[in-house]
Design a protein around this ligand. Structure first.
Ligand code: FES
Length: 145
């Protein structure tokens, strides 16, 4: 079997929603200290719905494919759904990633959550801080190569 699925290759070669949203309602940026890759997510939010989303990823192919797929999964969805998006869901939608590349999909999950938090903070919207304790997969942040 090829190392990367057709979907990963497709989203890597042809990423969706790349770019910047001027005057975004929420911006989330995360980096992985070990590999040095950085992902930035921009959200446009109308009535709690993500009406537009764009990303910039300075990172590996799996990080680009994960960001692309993650933006597709949350576009047009309510914020509550974006907050429950897990890196596992992104990985499954990509038909899998090699084990040592799972941490790349974690960046997408975290960048989206940070962007939603940024939106809440900027608008003085109350939330339970526990929602943003980041993901539960810190061990996967370690790059194993
Ligand atoms: Fe760093 Fe993929 S995000 S290697």
């Amino acid at each position: 079997m090829a190392l990367y699925s057709d979907k990963v290759m497709d989203h890597f070669r042809n990423p969706r929603n790349v770019g910047v949203i001027e005057n975004a309602d929420g911006i989330g940026e995360v980096g992985n200290a070990k590999c040095g890759d950085i992902m930035k997510i921009y959200l446009k939010i109308d009535n709690d719905i993500i009406s537009d989303v764009k990303f910039e990823t300075f990172g590996c192919g799996s990080a680009i494919a994960s960001s692309s797929m993650a933006t597709e999964l949350i576009k047009g969805k309510p914020l509550s759904e974006a907050l429950t998006l897990t890196n596992q869901a992104v990985t499954e939608a990509l038909d899998g990633l090699p084990a040592h590349k799972i941490h790349c999909s974690v960046l997408a999950e975290e960048a989206i959550r940070n962007a939603v938090k940024d939106y809440y903070d900027k608008n003085g919207i109350d939330y339970d801080p526990d929602m943003f304790k980041n993901c539960n997969c810190h061990h996967e942040h370690d790059v194993q190569e």
